[in-house]
Design a protein around this ligand. Structure first.
Ligand code: BTN
Length: 238
């Protein structure tokens, strides 16, 4: 049994379609965590499939019922990314946040986050590559795992136990204490200073990232000046 943040609960499933979907089917308290050994229909953002082979990946979702207004809930994705990056730091692995939803080690993705709002709260789903030793050729240049970072064998339980406290702490700071969250996020933002191309609802735009603004938006500098980007389907480093 792992230690949990105060008031949180956990269930561990052998197999489920998707841990996010599992939480949608029930009525769960704030801080209920569901972890699955295997997801048959793991989902990523933008309808992508999330593969996590047994033993290689940690797939879990948390039901959060923030007291802050719904309009602030998108900040949970930033809180979750920061929490994962910080948790990996506690394991001795330097990790950064690729705004808005990914966690990177070096220039490769180690974790992805899918936040979905439901009537009673927000489901934060996290997929983290833990023990994967080799990725398929098509993603081996863009994906990494904790094992590939430092060759240490870790159980998913020990990794989860490290990640949950910062997740509880940062997800409680999307309101009045958001400035503190932003401060830590800015330190870990891997995009600052880099040239990127963003795919947004309005089309693609390119520029250089100048940081993260006071509402969690990406600040993109192009020939038109610095513009706030609130949402992007994809951010590619160019
Ligand atoms: C992304 O990078 O596109 C987000 C990936 C999110 C994957 C996690 S695994 C646990 C939870 N259950 C899902 O079906 N998806 C999320």
């Amino acid at each position: 049994m792992i230690a949990l943040p105060d008031g949180w609960s956990i269930e561990w499933l052998e197999e489920v379609d998707s841990t996010n979907e599992h939480l949608k089917r029930g009525s769960y308290q704030h801080g209920h965590v569901v972890v699955a050994d295997r997801q048959t229909h793991g989902r990523g953002r933008r309808g992508a499939v999330w593969h996590s082979e047994p033993g290689g990946g940690l797939a879990f979702s948390v039901m959060l019922r923030p007291s802050e207004p719904r309009g602030l809930w998108p900040r949970l994705a930033l809180a979750a990314g920061l929490a994962v990056a910080e948790g990996l730091g506690r394991l001795g692995i330097e990790a950064g946040v690729k705004w808005p939803n990914d966690v990177w080690i070096g220039d490769k993705k180690v974790a992805g986050i899918l936040v979905e709002a439901v009537p009673e709260g927000a489901i934060v789903g996290i997929g983290l590559n833990v023990g994967t030793r080799e990725f398929p050729e098509d993603i081996s240049n863009t994906a990494t795992s904790l094992w590939l970072a430092d060759r240490v064998d870790r159980t998913r339980e020990e990794v989860l136990e490290i990640l949950l406290p910062p997740l509880a702490a940062w997800s409680a700071r999307i309101g009045r204490d958001f400035g503190e969250l932003l401060g830590s996020l800015r330190e870990r933002c891997v995009l600052t200073g880099r040239a990127v191309t963003l795919d947004t609802a309005a089309g693609s735009e390119s520029g250089v990232v100048r940081g993260i603004g006071d509402h969690g938006e990406l600040l993109l500098e192009s020939s038109d000046g610095i513009r706030p980007i609130l949402q992007a389907d994809q951010v590619r480093i160019t």
